[in-house]
Design a protein around this ligand. Structure first.
Ligand SMILES: *[C@@H]1O[C@H](CO)[C@@H](O)[C@H](O)[C@H]1NC(C)=O
Ligand SMILES: *[C@@H]1O[C@H](CO)[C@@H](O)[C@H](O)[C@H]1NC(C)=O
Ligand SMILES: *[C@@H]1O[C@H](CO)[C@@H](O)[C@H](O)[C@H]1NC(C)=O
Ligand SMILES: *[C@@H]1O[C@H](CO)[C@@H](O)[C@H](O)[C@H]1NC(C)=O
Ligand SMILES: *[C@@H]1O[C@H](CO)[C@@H](O)[C@H](O)[C@H]1NC(C)=O
Length: 523
C-alpha cells in the first residue's frame, strides 16, 4: 500500500513540475511549499520507508542483472544424448557417449549428460514406461514401495526441538538488507485459512497453456471446490497482494528457478497460471533452449521448462531434480547403468546456471525411499566414493545429508551473487488416511482438517535445521498445507485406478498457489 502511495507521490511531483506556469502564482507557491514539506518528510522517513517497503528501484538493486551466458549448440546435443541414455534402456549404439565425455572438459557440462532418471515420477518403477504421460500424477507415491515411503510423515509428527528460526536475532549479521530482516521476523507459516470469494486467482477450467490436465481438478469428476476459496492469513504479518503485474514488476529483468521434484513442478505451473491469471498468453517465449531444456528425441518431455515474459524480461523456469543431488552414470557407455547419486554434490544444472538466477526455490523429499532409489538404480556416493557407511545409507540420514549439503553449497555461493535470493521449500505433506498409497489410503474429505496453524516452529525439522545459520531462507509451507488434506487430487486423477488415490499432489488451482503468494511476499 505504502509502496503504491510512494509511486503516486512521485507521479504527482513530476506532473506539478510541468504545470506551474498555467497556475496562478499563489497556487504555485502553495504547491511548492506543500511539496517541500512532503519532500522533507520523505527524507526523514526514508530509512523507515525503505526498510519496510523497498521501492521498485531498490528491489532491482537487490537483483543485479545476471550476465548473458552463451548457450552452446553442444548443450542440445548433450540433451539428445541424455535422452537416449535416459529413456531407452537399450545400450547406446548410435551415440558415442565416451566422446561426449571427452569433449566436455568441464564438469558442469559433463554432468548434463548424466542420465538423470527419466523425468518426473513415471519411471521410478521398473514396470512403468515413459510413453504414458498421465501416469505421472499418481505414481509418485505409487512407486513408494516399502516402509521407506513414510519419512515425510514421520517428519511432520516428529517433535521439533524449539528453534527460533523466525526470530530476528537468528538473522542478524547475515548481510541481507534491513527489509529482509524485517520480513524475516515475520513467521508466515503461522496463521489461519480464511474464506475469500475472490479466490482462486485463476480458473481451473483455463490455464491450459501451463497447467497439466492431470492436476486440473476442475476437469475431473470432482464436484466440491470449497478448497479453492481459502486464503492464507499469517497471524502477525501481512502478505503482499499477488497480481500478475505486481509479480512481473518485482521480477523485472530477473529469473526465478524452481528445482525439485513433481511438487516443485506443481508450484511452477501454479505460478505460471497465477501470473497470467490463467489467460492464454501469446507473448510468452519458450526459452528452454537457453538452459538446455529441450525434449530429447525419445523422451516424453524435457527435464524442465523455461518461459520468458518479454514485457518485463522475466524468466520463470523449472528443472526436474527429484533427489536434489548430482547423478552420474557409473558406466557411461552402458544404457542400463547404475548412477552415482552424489549425496554431497548439487545437481549439475544448478552449478551450471546458478549465476543466471535471481530467485531460487529448491525442494526434495518424496523420492527418498528405498523403492525409488533402487528402481532408479541410484547408488549413494559421498566424497566422490561409493558410500560404505551404514548410518548414512539409512534413507532419512542420506536425505538429511543431501539437504544439508545443498543448502550449505548454495549458502557458500551467495556471496558471489549478491542479487540471488535462495529458498529451500519445506516438505509438502502427504495425507494417506487408513492406509498408504498402495493399501487403500484415502484423502477424500471435502473439508479441511483444521483452519489454523498455531505453532511457531516449522514442522519440517530437517529443512529448518538445514537453513539455520545460513542465508538460505525457509519457504515453510508444511504446517499450513498439513491442515489442508482436502486439497489433494484424491480419487480424481485422470486415470484413476480403483483403490488408489493421489494424496501427494494437489489440485490446481489450490494449495501450491499459496506457496507462491508466500514466496512473492518474501522476494
Ligand atoms: C567414439 O569416440 C572415441 C573418442 O572420440 C573414438 O575413438 C571412437 O572411434 C568413437 N566410436 C564410435 C563408434 O564412433
Ligand atoms: C507402456 O505404456 C503403454 C501405455 O500405458 C502400454 O500400452 C505399453 O504396453 C507399455 N509398454 C511397456 C513395455 O510396458
Ligand atoms: C533481461 O534480463 C537479463 C538479466 O536477467 C539481462 O541480462 C538482459 O540484458 C535483459 N534483456 C533485455 C532485453 O533487457
Ligand atoms: C550394463 O550395466 C548393467 C547394470 O549395471 C549390467 O548388468 C550389464 O551387464 C551392463 N552391460 C554391459 C554391456 O556392460
Ligand atoms: C542432519 O545432518 C546435520 C549435518 O550433517 C546434523 O547436524 C543433524 O544432526 C542431522 N539431523 C538428523 C535428524 O539426522
Amino acid at each position: 500500500m505504502m509502496k503504491g502511495g510512494g509511486g503516486v507521490n512521485l507521479y504527482e511531483r513530476s506532473r506539478a513540475k510541468n504545470q506551474p506556469h498555467h497556475l496562478p502564482r499563489f497556487l504555485f507557491i502553495t504547491v511548492v511549499v506543500a511539496f517541500s514539506i512532503v519532500l522533507i518528510w520523505y527524507w526523514e522517513k526514508a530509512p523507515l520507508l525503505t526498510t519496510l517497503f523497498p521501492s521498485h528501484a531498490q528491489l532491482l538493486n537487490l537483483f543485479p542483472a545476471a550476465g548473458d551466458v552463451k548457450v552452446k549448440q553442444v548443450t542440445t546435443d548433450l540433451r539428445e544424448a541424455q535422452g537416449v541414455v535416459n529413456i531407452s534402456p537399450p545400450p547406446l549404439t548410435s551415440n558415442n557417449a565416451s566422446s561426449y565425455f571427452d569433449t566436455r572438459g568441464n564438469k558442469g557440462v559433463l554432468d548434463l549428460v548424466s542420465p538423470a532418471p527419466p523425468p518426473f515420477d513415471i519411471s521410478t518403477t521398473a514396470h512403468e514406461n515413459t510413453t504414458d504421460i498421465v501416469k505421472e500424477s499418481v505414481p509418485s507415491q505409487v512407486s513408494e514401495k516399502n516402509s521407506d515411503a513414510k519419512p515425510p510423515k514421520q517428519q511432520i509428527v516428529e517433535p521439533v526441538a524449539p528453534n527460533k528460526l523466525n526470530a530476528p536475532v537468528e538473522r542478524e549479521g547475515d548481510g541481507v538488507s534491513m527489509s529482509n530482516v524485517e520480513k524475516q521476523a515475520c513467521n508466515y507459516g503461522k496463521g489461519r485459512w480464511v474464506k475469500d470469494d475472490s479466490r482462486p486467482l485463476y480458473s481451473g477450467f483455463g490455464c491450459k497453456q501451463w497447467l497439466s490436465g492431470m492436476w486440473a481438478c476442475r476437469l475431473t469428476q470432482r464436484t466440491d471446490f470449497g478448497y479453492e476459496k481459502l486464503k492464507w492469513q499469517p497471524k502477525d504479518c501481512k502478505m503482499d497482494d499477488f497480481t500478475g503485474p505486481n509479480f512481473l514488476k518485482r521480477m523485472q529483468d530477473k529469473t526465478l528457478a524452481f528445482i525439485g521434484d513433481s511438487l516443485g513442478r506443481q508450484q511452477f505451473q501454479s505460478l505460471m497460471c497465477m501470473i497470467t491469471g490463467g489467460e492464454e498468453r501469446h507473448d510468452v517465449e519458450d526459452v528452454g533452449k537457453k538452459y538446455g531444456l529441450v525434449k530429447a528425441r525419445r523422451a516424453v518431455r524435457p527435464d524442465g521448462w523455461a518461459y520468458r515474459f518479454p514485457i518485463t524480461n522475466t524468466t520463470i523456469l523449472y528443472y526436474w531434480s527429484a533427489s536434489l543431488c548430482e547423478l552420474d552414470p557409473i558406466d557411461p557407455i552402458n544404457g542400463t547403468t547404475y548412477f552415482a547419486m552424489h549425496l554431497d554434490r548439487p545437481p549439475a544444472f544448478l552449478r551450471r546456471y546458478i549465476s543466471r538466477f535471481n530467485v531460487l526455490v529448491l525442494n526434495t523429499g518424496h523420492h527418498w525411499n528405498r523403492g525409488k532409489i533402487n528402481a532408479n538404480r541410484w547408488v549413494m556416493y559421498v566424497g566422490g566414493k561409493r558410500n560404505t557407511d551404514k548410518r548414512i545409507a539409512e534413507i532419512n540420514n542420506a536425505k538429511n545429508l543431501t539437504i544439508h549439503s545443498i543448502i550449505k553449497w548454495v549458502n557458500g555461493e551467495l556471496p558471489k551473487y549478491p542479487g540471488l535470493k535462495a529458498f529451500y521449500r519445506s516438505i509438502s505433506p502427504r495425507h494417506f488416511f487408513n492406509g498408504d498409497w498402495n493399501s487403500g489410503g484415502t484423502c477424500d474429505s471435502t473439508t479441511p482438517g483444521s483452519l489454523e496453524v498455531l505453532q511457531d516452529e516449522s514442522t519440517d525439522s530437517v529443512a529448518s535445521g538445514a537453513v539455520k545459520g545460513t542465508d538460505v531462507k525457509l519457504l515453510d509451507i508444511t504446517a499450513l498445507s498439513q491442515v489442508r488434506d482436502e486439497g489433494h487430487i484424491s480419487r480424481y486423477s485422470i486415470k484413476a485406478t480403483p483403490g488408489v488415490q493421489d494424496c501427494l499432489h494437489w489440485c490446481l488451482p489450490g494449495i501450491p498457489d499459496t506457496w507462491n503468494e508466500l514466496l512473492f511476499t518474501q522476494i
